[in-house]
Design a protein around this ligand. Structure first.
Ligand SMILES: C[S@@+](CC[C@H](N)C(=O)[O-])C[C@H]1O[C@@H](n2cnc3c(N)ncnc32)[C@H](O)[C@@H]1O
Length: 363
């Protein structure tokens, strides 16, 4: 088997990886789009359908559509699926235009547009200043009148802003309240932040976020030739969807129990989303391989073609065990690439390399 090193993409900056709708929302351990793009360019034939069983925020689906392939993906996390939908689903342009016009007015005169109530969820008064909470309430109430896709687009735009307009520390990745409203932001030049007085115009921030997103979605729809379908579903039960694919590209969850729930806690609360529950792989490290095996077995039932598995190196060799499970389920190893990681974010800092295992499966 060849082992080559040309998947590093080490020279890429943010602007190279945040094109089209990829910038819409943060999501831990998301692909840079160059990885699924290269996988699709190298291993899909014209007309092939692409699947990503752990699609996260939909990077594979965006790239597949851009490259002319229909694609479907599953994720067990409702926030991930809503982000993926916002990135690819059409919106009602006239409704969004009205909504943006309302936001513009509200941004100019926030106090006249605040909702009467500041209640967002139990205990939300600790997380958001009263004027900010009332602005969020107003934004959500107004969005509830929109058609479903447009409403989701607006709510995902808001969701990405939540931590920045909350009382949470700016220098922590997980939402965490400072001991006092005035604190030093140790990440950003030791800046002093005072949550009681800092300027937060939630209407203005949301307006500029949505306008940027709208331009990006337009560009996506101009370029996309394939149809993407993000599905809220447990990958351990992939075959029950009755769908097929000729190329699978995925990066599975890490085995070290990273917790999307805690990281995106404010979004779950404000949007009223259900927690993904016990089916979320990676919560119980000792079950990791058994659960991964279920997904691999299911994948062999829907796939006829190549499988590109992108998985972080573990000092305990878990990546190799997952690779071996694929082979044990009849997938034929085709190629292996090693990718050196730079600029790693929280939770995955310890991972230095990623392996890209390519298999062939004739189902
Ligand atoms: C490493 S992330 C994938 C990120 C993705 N490549 C992207 O670009 O956004 C792994 C994903 O697996 C999802 N996941 C965990 N358990 C799952 C399950 N049983 N079924 C489907 N998805 C699951 C997590 O919610 C997470 O979004």
């Amino acid at each position: 088997m060849a082992e080559r090193n040309d998947w590093d993409f080490a020279d890429l900056g943010m602007k190279h990886t945040q094109y089209l709708t990829h910038f819409f929302h943060h999501w831990t351990a998301k692909f840079i789009p160059q990885i699924p793009a290269r996988a699709i360019e190298q291993y899909a034939r014209p007309g092939d359908i692409v699947v990503d069983p752990f699609m996260g925020c939909g990077t594979t689906l965006v790239e597949a559509a851009r490259l002319g392939h229909d694609a479907w993906g599953t994720d067990i996390n409702p926030l991930a699926v809503r982000i993926a939908r916002a990135k690819v689903a059409p919106i009602e342009r006239a409704q969004l235009a009205d909504y943006l016009a309302w936001l513009e007015k509200a941004a100019r005169k926030p106090e006249a547009h605040l909702a009467p109530t500041a209640a967002l969820f139990e205990g939300s008064d600790r997380w958001f200043r009263e004027d900010v909470a009332r602005a969020i309430r107003a934004v959500l109430d107004r969005a509830s009148e929109l058609e479903a896709g447009t409403r989701n687009f607006v709510e995902i735009g808001l969701s990405d802003l939540l931590k920045g307009i909350s009382n949470a520390r700016m220098d922590r990745t997980l939402p965490q309240l400072p001991a006092t409203p005035k604190y030093v932001d140790k990440k950003h030049y030791h800046r002093v932040v005072d949550n009681r007085t800092r300027r937060i115009n939630a209407f203005a921030r949301l307006r500029s976020q949505l306008r940027r997103m709208e331009r990006a979605l337009d560009e996506f729809h101009r370029q996309a030739r394939g149809r993407p379908e993000p599905i809220l579903h447990d990958a351990r039960d992939l075959a029950s969807l009755g769908k097929r694919a000729q190329l699978a590209v995925t990066s599975p969850p890490y085995w070290s129990a990273q917790n999307y729930q805690r990281l995106h806690w404010l979004s779950f609360q404000v949007l009223g989303l259900d927690a993904p529950g016990a089916g979320e792989i990676g919560r119980r490290p000792r079950d990791y391989l058994d659960e991964m095996e279920k997904v691999i077995a299911q994948l062999t039932q829907v796939l006829s073609g190549c499988f590109v598995l992108v998985i972080g190196e573990s000092k305990d060799g878990i990546h190799e065990q997952v690779r071996d499970l694929c082979a044990a389920h009849g997938m034929k190893p085709k190629e292996t690439f090693r990718r050196r990681l730079v600029n790693q974010a929280l939770f995955v800092k310890a991972v230095r390399n990623e392996f890209i295992y390519v298999f062939e499966h004739r189902g």
